[in-house]
Structures are given as C-alpha cells and as structure tokens.
Design a protein around this ligand. Structure first.
Ligand SMILES: [Zn+2]
Length: 294
C-alpha cells in the first residue's frame, strides 16, 4: 500500500540543475525524484493536472495577517495565472489552522501559505539558515502529478515588507526582503517550476534584500507557464511521463479540488481519496537570501 514514505530535502546546486535539464530551455520544470533526491528514470517533472488550485493562509502566520496581506498573496498568484495564454486558476479559500504537510490518508489536505517565527518551526522547515522561504510539494512519483503544495516563509531569519521604494528599503537596518517577490518565486515552485540560470528570472535561486525584480516574470517564465498550462489543453511537462493523465485511475480524487471547498464554484470536484494512488515523495525548493539578519 502506498504511504507517504519519503522526505526529500533538495538543496539543489545550479550545476546539478543544468545537468538534469538536458536540452537547453529557458524555463526548468522540477524533476520528480526518488527518496535519495535522484530524478526518476525516465525523467518526469512535477505538474498540476488540476487547473483550479485552492489555497489557504495559516491563521497564525504573522506575515499574512490582515486583508492587505491576503490580497498580496492573491495578487502574487495572479502574476502567474493572469497571463492570457493559460487557464491556471488559484482560489483563495481564506484562513486555516492547518499546517504545511500532506497525508495521503487524509481527506482534508490543504495547500497552505504560512510563515514561521519560532526557532523550532524554522528548524523543522528550513534545512539551512540562509533560506528565505521554501515550497514543499507532494507528488506522484510515477506521473509527477502534484497533489499538494505549501509555502513557508522564514520570518525568524529575515525581515519582510511589501517594498514600495527600493531606496527607503535599502536604508532600513536590517534591510527587509520584498515579500511579494519572494512569494511569486515560491509560487513558481508551487506550480512545478525549478530554478533557472537566468539571473533576471523570477526563478533564479537567490535574492538580495530589497530586490523586487522577481515580481515580474521574464518572457521565458511566461513561456513556461503557457507551455505547461496552456489554455484549454492538457498540462505538458518538460519531460512528459509515459502515462495518459486522463487514463490514470485513482488520481482523479486529488484533482479539481476547488468545488468541494468552494461549494459550487467554477471547478468540479470529487474530493480526496482515502489512500494515495502512488508512492509519494516530498520535495522542497528554497530561495536563498544573500543577506541574513544581523
Ligand atoms: Zn527557489
């Protein structure tokens, strides 16, 4: 029986990424890895089949408390979903008490956006102290289909704000990180994209304090979301699995998560299954900060 079996903490180096990526392409899909962090063979990458992806904000996350921050999260998702070439959608389902994680036996897994500020939680989620934020995905090791994704921001190691002016941001001590840019980067991981080599890309692996350029997708980033989630067509991964998504029985229960929770929203939903249809691995991808607090 398939159970959640593996935590794969992936501290990817740029060299390793380029080595995996194979043919040159400007955007990079996150590989499906086994328990040792080794890409499965044949290479499969992570992708949502569900196009309407619901998310919650953790109620205790200081960084996301209040309507302004809830709106900031929504607007950040929209940077990816708002491109006309894609029909990817994100549904804000409000605040939750649920923590990041995925239990294939549970019927109420939620995609959670949160921040942590206590040392124990930071140590739980962040393998390294210079990680600004991290995205954790649970996915099928055979098809690459993402079942759950969570974003955790390191509110102990770094300061954050919705940067309005870079000069005034830079004058602060310690200088904060732009929460919006950080989120948009992590949301790229959330939908299956990996780090890429272009320093201008939203998906570049590191960021200095006050940097805002990751708020804006490069043309290559947009090509990525438009290629993987093209409007009206099935998802296409960088390295498509050898299965026909429509023929995979068992995973349907993980799809179309919105309607069950939106109670009649625009997406259809069958709810979650009682068991995972496949072995699952969890992978983490982080954004490295170049400046650590004090
Ligand atoms: Zn990252």
């Amino acid at each position: 029986m398939s159970r959640l079996s593996v935590w794969s903490v992936t501290a990817l180096s740029l060299g390793a990424l380029l080595g995996w990526a194979g043919p040159a392409r400007a955007y990079v899909c996150t590989p499906v890895t086994d328990g040792n962090g080794v890409p499965v063979s044949p290479a499969v990458s992570q992708v949502w089949v569900n196009r309407c992806i619901p998310y919650f904000i953790n109620r205790d996350a200081d960084l996301f408390s209040g309507g302004d921050r809830q709106l900031l999260v929504e607007q950040s998702f929209q940077v990816w979903a708002g491109n006309a070439c894609t029909d990817l959608e994100f549904a804000d389902l409000g605040y939750t008490d649920q923590q990041p994680g995925f239990d294939p036996r549970a019927s109420d897994n939620e995609n959670v956006i949160t921040s942590v500020k206590d040392a124990a939680s930071v140590a739980t989620y962040f393998p390294e102290a210079n990680m600004v934020a991290i995205t954790i995905t649970a996915f099928s090791t055979s098809s690459g289909e993402i079942f759950d994704a969570d974003i955790v921001v390191n509110d102990l190691g770094f300061d954050f704000e919705d940067v309005v002016s870079q000069p005034s941001c830079a004058a602060e001590n310690p200088a904060p990180f732009d929460l919006r840019a950080i989120l948009i980067h992590e949301m790229g991981h959330f939908i299956g994209f990996d780090h890429e080599a272009d320093v201008e890309s939203t998906m570049y692996f590191s960021a200095p304090a006050c940097e805002v350029k990751k708020r804006t997708l490069t043309d290559d980033d947009i090509i990525g979301v438009c290629t993987v989630y093209p409007k009206g067509q099935a998802p296409k991964t960088c390295a498509p699995p050898s299965v026909d998504y429509d023929d995979v029985s068992g995973v349907q229960a993980f799809r179309d998560q919105c309607e069950a929770k939106l109670d009649g929203g625009s997406c259809s939903c069958t709810g979650y299954g009682a068991d995972a249809p496949y072995g699952l691995a969890l992978a983490m991808l982080a954004l490295l900060g170049l400046r650590k607090r004090r």
